[in-house]
Design a protein around this ligand. Structure first.
Ligand code: PAF
Length: 280
């Protein structure tokens, strides 16, 4: 596996990989790779001739009181995993390469970025949209895989690619869960054993709510019940539990179209997000 840290080396390496019209798939990550990321790699490999993974802990998507400095960094271990999986190249730029002195551009996907996670993490999705635009311009992949775990992020990236004519096919990959139902996330590493056990209330409550909604239960009462159940299980604060249109992310009062139930809540110091499809 080739590892690139600057743009000239990346462009040279990519020209070699593209020879003969080979199709390139990209998996953008912030590292601390787990089975969820490796599923994205697997899906990318099934669709392209070569896969390039990026690892970049993007400072502009972290708020001032968030976990940028504590975010898990384990590049050597990540590189071993990717090499063993047959990934062709790793793009691991430094902050100076990504944001050279004088960098002044920010991309905002209006309408999709302000609510849900955006309301609780101001500027977060501008940071994501900007870095993903840069990653796509740097690598120019034919397609890219993103997890449905970050459902709002996936919707924003689809909009961004369409609006800016980036010409990258976006593939959303279903969330990978531990056998007990907890969605895999690099931030699960912050959970104590006891918090992890209590955190299971989130996927279980979402699944119960999905069942209730699909069987005609009132959406307002069902969402309120999810909040009550996860609070009782030990989540100290609940940022949101909402039913949204699965494509536009507009709020839904009733289940009259394909929908997504999305939630974010804090257990101890760790903020978890999860979401699930809900279809009549
Ligand atoms: O989902 C992530 O890991 C990040 O938000 C992404 C898409 C790599 C952008 O930094």
């Amino acid at each position: 596996m080739q590892i690139f840290r600057d743009l000239n080396a990346l462009r040279g390496g990519l020209a070699g990989l593209r020879a003969g019209g080979a199709r390139i798939a990209m998996v953008p990550t912030m590292g601390a790779l787990h089975a969820g990321h490796m599923k994205l790699v697997e899906e990318a490999q099934a669709r392209a001739d070569h896969v390039i993974v990026s690892i970049f802990v993007n400072p502009t998507q972290f708020g001032p009181n968030e976990d940028l400095s504590a975010y898990p960094r384990q590049e050597a271990q990540d590189a071993d995993l990717l090499r063993a999986a047959g990934v062709a190249a790793l793009w691991a730029p430094t902050v100076e390469v990504m944001y050279p002195a004088g960098f002044a551009t920010s991309i905002r996907v209006s309408g999709l970025s302000e609510e849900l996670d955006g309301a609780h993490r101001p500027g977060h999705f501008d940071g994501v949209a900007t870095v993903v635009s840069k990653l796509f311009n740097q690598v120019r992949p034919d397609m890219a895989c993103f997890g449905e775990k970050d459902y709002q992020q996936l919707a924003i990236i689809r909009r961004l690619v369409a609006d800016l004519d980036l010409g990258v096919e976006i593939v959303g990959v279903p969330t990978v869960r531990d056998s007990d139902g907890l969605a895999l996330s690099s931030r699960n590493a912050y959970l104590s054993q006891e918090e992890r056990a209590r955190a299971l209330a989130l996927p279980h409550a979402l699944n119960d709510a999905r069942f209730a909604l699909e069987n005609g239960a009132d959406s307002k009462a069902t969402l309120a019940n999810v909040v009550e159940v996860i609070r009782a299980a030990g989540f100290e604060s609940v940022d949101y539990v909402e039913l949204r249109d699965s494509a536009t992310l507009r709020r839904l009062e009733s289940l009259d179209r394909p929908a997504r139930l999305l939630a974010a809540a804090k257990i101890g110091k760790t903020r978890l997000i999860d979401n699930i499809a809900v279809n009549r």
